[in-house]
Design a protein around this ligand. Structure first.
Ligand SMILES: Nc1ncnc2c1ncn2[C@@H]1O[C@H](COP(=O)(O)OP(=O)(O)O)[C@@H](O)[C@H]1O
Ligand SMILES: [Mg+2]
Length: 254
């Protein structure tokens, strides 16, 4: 389980500070699919980077299974929006996955079978000798997911991973990710500013307010079976509820 307790994040110098996060507390259960939803600039990436151990909080704490998170760990991996810059353009599909295994010091004997398994899981095994530039946006994002899964982390941290994809590809990626999540039982923390995306994916949605001093204003349970039918009246109801929560914040931000 991931536990965030009273996390504050202040950027800047003594004379020019920006309080990005103010006392954020949050429990994320093992195997949960949590979406963090909020407008651009509210501190979603900041919170995710703190969960990843890429950045320390200014105060407060983060623990994973009771142990303090003090740096990046093999149990938590990050997937970025821009697969193009996260992947190595000079390495093939399979070499990109292999690179991740080498960095994480996974024993060499297992590499081939691990690479096979995860490239098959994201349906890229037929493209293993291609370079990232020869792949579509959705395929590049599937490669990033395979590279992430290959080190067999417990927690996937995903920062707007599908925001740059066209709507149809995004829908497809939702189905791919949900299938992997159901099959592997990973914990997923997924950042988005897209209300429909959060409703499609999440068990719970953590609503974040605009900064400065952003907090989690509300946790919303998405009590619907998957795959979710977006024409279901319950979806429209949730959508309206979330939009109403965001509206005053957006007006204030402007
Ligand atoms: N390294 C940094 N130095 C100064 N300010 C930062 C830094 N990183 C983020 N911020 C500020 O913190 C706020 C939250 O940023 P971010 O977490 O990237 O928001 P989001 O991911 O929700 O769009 C923004 O106002 C941003 O300008
Ligand atoms: Mg961000």
């Amino acid at each position: 389980m991931l536990r965030v307790t009273d996390v504050r994040k202040v950027f800047g110098t003594a004379h020019d500070t920006y309080i990005a996060l103010d006392n954020v507390s949050l429990d994320i259960a093992d195997g949960e699919f949590l979406c963090l939803l909020g407008p651009s600039g509210c501190g979603k990436s900041t919170l995710l980077n703190i969960l990843a151990g890429f950045e320390p909080p200014t105060s407060g704490s983060v623990t994973a299974d009771g142990a303090p998170v003090t740096g990046a760990g093999r149990d938590r991996v990050m997937c970025f929006q821009d697969a193009g810059s996260a992947l190595f353009p000079w390495l093939t599909v399979e070499e990109n996955v292999r690179f991740g295994l080498r960095v994480r010091k996974i024993p060499k004997a297992g590499w081939d079978s691990i690479i096979d398994k995860y490239l098959r899981m994201v349906d890229l095994d037929r493209h293993r000798r291609k370079f990232p530039a020869q792949l579509s946006g959705g395929m590049r994002q599937r490669l990033q997911i395979a590279r992430m899964l290959a080190v067999e982390p417990q927690v996937l941290l995903m920062d707007e991973p599908f925001a740059a994809l066209d709507a149809l590809t995004r829908r497809h990626m939702h189905a791919v990710l949900l299938e992997i999540w159901q099959r592997t039982g990973k914990t997923i923390v997924f950042v988005t500013h897209d209300i429909a995306e959060a409703i499609s994916l999440a068990d719970r949605i953590g609503m974040m307010s605009v900064g400065p001093r952003s907090v989690i204003t509300k946790m919303i349970d998405v009590d619907m079976p998957r795959p979710r039918d977006l024409t279901n009246p319950r979806v429209a109801q949730l959508f309206n509820e979330i939009e109403a929560l965001l509206a005053p914040d957006l007006a204030r931000a402007e």
